[in-house]
Design a protein around this ligand. Structure first.
Ligand SMILES: Nc1ncnc2c1ncn2[C@@H]1O[C@H](COP(=O)(O)OP(=O)(O)OP(=O)(O)O)[C@@H](O)[C@H]1O
Length: 294
């Protein structure tokens, strides 16, 4: 369990994350959402000890973060940062194996049979087995993202902190990755705390969401408690529409482009032109798209 109390911190003099309190339960899939610059990444840096706390504390499994020795913390918490830079061209296997450093001891740090077993299993899980000998700079952005995720997973952490894990991934890999993480949270009780920009994805996969704005918590709760039109419109300064997912319980949102809004910023209802058993034709604001076939 992660307990964050009165967490405050930043970079210079002004706090970026300001007196924040929340808890994440073991095995929970917990999403952090909020506009650009709201403090999501800074919150992660404070939670993982990359940035020092100015005030408050982070307690992981009843032990304050600063009491964890480095290697013990790496076995407990693995992170996938937003931007990964590789200055040397390691191959996929070498990069993934670096995640095992917390389990290696001695001067030469040769991988053990167990290290190799875990690495192979994770390469399989992340669909990287066939690429294991390729240098990282020969991979696409999405493939590289999967390598770094694999590097975090071989740490066999209890807690995974992910900063926009679906960056660069096409929708099929997004689904594959999130299904895998969800499964790990359900069966292995892996705690997943992840930043998302895509509110619909966050709503589909997360047990609870934390909405942050200007360094403070605006709302925390189940997706239906956070995915509320007035709240999201206020925080994101955008016109949106929130509706029930037709097949699942998670609420989903649509952006409302300005050309679909009238002078009072209300969505213009499409005009029904023709409805037969095979098709429905509607007319939307005529200047742009005369017809939509549904
Ligand atoms: N290294 C830094 N030094 C100084 N200020 C920083 C630094 N990193 C971030 N900031 C500032 O902190 C604020 C919050 O940044 P942060 O990266 O936490 O936001 P975010 O919610 O993750 O944004 P995004 O959605 O764009 O990734 C921003 O105003 C940013 O300019």
């Amino acid at each position: 369990m992660i307990e964050v109390t009165n967490m405050t911190g930043g970079y210079e003099t002004k706090p970026i994350v300001d007196h924040v309190d929340f808890q994440v339960n073991r095995g929970e899939f917990f999403g952090v959402v909020g506009p650009n610059g709201s403090g999501k990444t800074t919150l992660f840096k404070l939670m993982s000890g990359i940035l020092p706390l100015w005030e408050g504390e982070v307690v992981i499994d009843r032990k304050p973060l600063e009491h964890y020795p480095r290697k013990q913390l790496a076995r407990k918490v693995a992170t996938l940062p937003q931007v990964q830079q590789s200055f040397f061209s390691y191959n996929v296997y070498e990069t993934v194996m670096m995640g095992r450093y917390a389990y290696q001891s001695g001067f030469f740090k040769q991988p053990t049979e167990r290290d190799k077993e875990v690495a192979e299993q994770v390469l399989e899980q992340t669909g990287l087995t066939d690429m294991y000998s390729l240098p990282l700079d020969h991979l696409s952005g999405g493939e590289r993202q999967r390598v770094y995720l694999a590097q975090a997973l071989v740490q066999e952490p209890d807690i995974l902190l992910l900063d926009e894990p679906t960056n660069y991934l096409d929708f099929s890999y997004q689904k594959q990755l999130l299904d895998e993480l969800k499964q790990l949270s359900l069966t292995n009780h892996l705690t997943v705390v992840s930043i998302f920009h895509d509110l619909n994805i966050a709503s589909l996969y997360c047990d609870r969401l934390l909405l942050i704005d200007q360094g403070q918590i605006t709302q925390i709760g189940k997706p239906e408690e956070v995915m509320q039109k007035p709240l999201l419109e206020r925080v994101y300064h955008s016109s949106i529409d929130v509706h029930a997912n037709p097949t699942l319980s998670s609420p989903q949102m649509n952006l409302l482009p300005d050309y679909f809004l009238d002078k009072t910023r209300t969505a213009i209802k499409p005009e029904l032109v023709e409805a037969t058993e095979e098709k429905v034709l509607v007319r939307t604001p005529s200047c742009l798209k005369p017809f939509h076939q549904l």
